[in-house]
Design a protein around this ligand. Structure first.
Ligand SMILES: *Cc1c(COP(=O)(O)O)cnc(C)c1O
Length: 369
């Protein structure tokens, strides 16, 4: 292999980007068409960058079919900063925020929210190693909660919501969702949410930009805290300034915009969802084929994005990682908190890569099974 050849990247994030997007970045890196300079150098106040940001937002709106009463923000600090910004802006004095604890990232969100105000953990599957999503009947929701927070896809444990939870009569309690690892992998009903956030580096683009989709009534809550919250942590400030209160991460926004264009060219979310279902089904079928491999997520909660599985012993797992890496299948080591293997197969992960992993798994089982 030459040092510049691309291998199959199963990393959970930062993750694989579409090859055509990388090629476009490479082609235009020295000079954006018509700008005479690169995206790394251009002023964020320039007409060209304003157009790039506006187009990225427009394409996100098209893809997500986002209603007009929602703002799309491009922020920094990753999804992890949203763990703090959500309660700082939306947890009104005297109110309680409900959190559904379905995975390690939800657990982190809860820890941050508790620093800000009253939190009720509505349900948790922590004692089951987060092998499943909490069931509807298990949710102990607070009447009149400030909001309910969920994690749509648990990146580390490999579980994913198949439909949104019902939260309160008429679903009128604001639903906040951390969609960092499955945003735009399938259609999403934005109108059921009050706020959606996603660090881009799993499925939408490179690290450095976080997409926040926020409904106007939530912005109004944020506005009330304008004089007390740090300016940079206030959603209303970012909305008023079109995500340009300060210098935005121009390269990350630009690349995310190219990924959105690529997604539209794939046929949008319904079309990419079909591909994602096909890729995941192929991998789960191999995991389930003989019992040599063992899927760690409960079957009705299996993620289409992060596929977690184990072998009989840790030694065998070490061997699997070693040999798969040598075979050009990179990033299959599971998160250190759960061990085993994890194959992250986001939108841009090619079907040929899934086929290569399945072939490797068959051969590994033939040799070691
Ligand atoms: C990766 C991830 C995060 C943390 O994202 P950062 O951008 O690194 O802060 C939070 N939530 C989920 C679901 C994730 O997958």
């Amino acid at each position: 292999m030459t040092t510049t050849a691309r291998i199959h990247n199963f990393s959970a994030g930062p993750a694989v980007l579409p090859l055509s997007v990388l090629e476009e970045i490479q082609r235009d890196l020295l000079a954006l068409p018509g700008a005479g300079m690169s995206i790394l150098e251009i002023s964020h106040r320039s007409k060209q960058f304003e157009a790039i940001l506006a187009q990225a937002e427009a394409d996100i709106r098209t893809l997500g079919n986002i209603p007009a009463n929602y703002n799309v923000l491009f922020l920094q600090g990753g999804a992890s900063l949203q763990f703090s910004m959500v309660p700082m802006n939306l947890l009104t004095p005297g109110a309680t925020a409900d959190y559904i604890d379905g995975g390690s990232w939800a657990d982190k969100a809860i820890k941050e929210a508790k620093k800000v105000g009253a939190v009720n953990v509505a349900a948790s599957t922590k004692s089951e190693n987060y092998a499943r999503i909490p069931k509807q009947a298990e949710l102990k929701l607070t009447p009149g909660a400030a909001y309910v927070h969920m994690t749509s896809n648990n990146t580390i444990e490999g579980t994913e919501y198949k439909s949104l939870p019902a939260i309160g009569p008429g679903n009128d309690v604001p639903l906040v969702s951390d969609t960092s690892s499955d945003m735009f992998s399938r259609p999403i009903d934005v109108s059921r949410h009050a706020l959606i956030y996603a660090g881009a580096q799993k499925n939408m683009g490179p690290a450095g930009v976080t997409v926040v989709i926020i409904r106007e009534d939530m912005l109004a809550r944020s506005l009330e805290k304008k004089s007390t919250l740090p300016t940079m942590l206030n959603y209303a400030v970012h909305a008023e300034n079109g995500s340009m209160y300060n210098t935005p991460p121009a390269f990350a926004v630009y690349t995310l915009g190219l990924v959105m264009k690529w997604l539209i060219a794939q046929g949008g979310l319904a079309a990419i969802a079909k591909v994602n279902e096909r890729k995941a089904a192929r991998l789960y079928a191999e995991i389930d084929r003989t019992g040599f491999y063992r899927g760690t997520a409960q079957k009705d909660c299996r993620s289409l994005m992060n596929i977690t599985f184990r072998l009989a012993t840790e030694d065998l797992e070490k061997q699997f990682i070693k040999e798969s890496t040598a075979a050009g299948l990179d990033g299959l080591k599971g998160h250190r908190s759960v061990g085993g293997m994890r194959a992250s197969i986001y939108n841009a992960f090619p079907e040929a890569g899934v086929d290569a992993l399945v072939a490797f798994m068959k051969e590994f089982e033939r040799k070691r099974g």
